[in-house]
Design a protein around this ligand. Sequence first.
Ligand code: ATP
Ligand code: DNN
Ligand code: MG
Length: 239
Amino acid sequence: MLFQEERVMKGQVLVVSGIDTGIGKTVATGLLARRFAGAGVRTITQKIAQTGCEGVSEDIATHRELMGIPLQEVDLDGATCPYLFRFPASPHLAAALEGREIDFMAIRRSTFKLQLRYDLVLLEGVGGLLVPLTPELLFADYVRDAGYGLVLVSSPRLGSINHTLLSLEVCAARHIPVRGLIYNRFFEADETIAADTRTVIAAALKRLGYDAAPVIDLDASGLAVEAEDLQRLIDPPRR
Ligand SMILES: Nc1ncnc2c1ncn2[C@@H]1O[C@H](COP(=O)(O)OP(=O)(O)OP(=O)(O)O)[C@@H](O)[C@H]1O
Ligand SMILES: C[C@H](N)[C@H](N)CCCCCC(=O)O
Ligand SMILES: [Mg+2]
């Protein structure tokens, strides 16, 4: 059934991952969705698995607030967050504590349902790239196998150089296309460190072959992204 639908026009999936949990993926996802929708792209967001809450995914609720829209039908029927677990931990553990295990094909089917209805699905990860969805499946491997492009959220926080370069190495080793980097300045650090960290990250993107990936600042006034760079996230220049 899934492969018969492959011939149907479907929207693009762009993953929003980060160098850590609590780095600003949800804020970045909601603001990106707002910008794309404002540019006429029929956009929805999805949370691959939410831990630490019940009912409706708190990240999905935040995305909708930032998009300036109410919860959608696809939120209420669970398509935008196929897995929700009570215990605030890695999804493999939170699922096991409820006697469950994530079926990654259920997630793929939910995303595919959204792709049939929207031009763009912004898929927020859970924690960082090497978080286990199941004891055998890391989130980065799920992204690789699905062939999705990815935007990585980083910050000037001390320690971010290491975490960001580790994350970029993870993407390069799996040939995951990095479409952009969101530099979340909410976690402001010493300005000298903030400026240098941004330079080091930009150089690493080039060194790893992600030359076309823009570094986009996220600060108190929102996403500092020009229309051209926004477009580049979903329609990268042909190499
Ligand atoms: N640019 C920002 N502006 C305002 N608040 C921010 C910003 N970035 C992060 N925050 C705040 O920092 C906290 C963590 O951000 P957020 O929830 O987006 O992280 P996350 O990476 O999505 O975390 P998780 O891994 O749990 O999904 C939240 O309280 C959020 O409101
Ligand atoms: C509780 C909250 N929902 C977090 N997103 C869960 C992050 C799991 C991170 C696991 C890990 O890297 O140790
Ligand atoms: Mg989040």
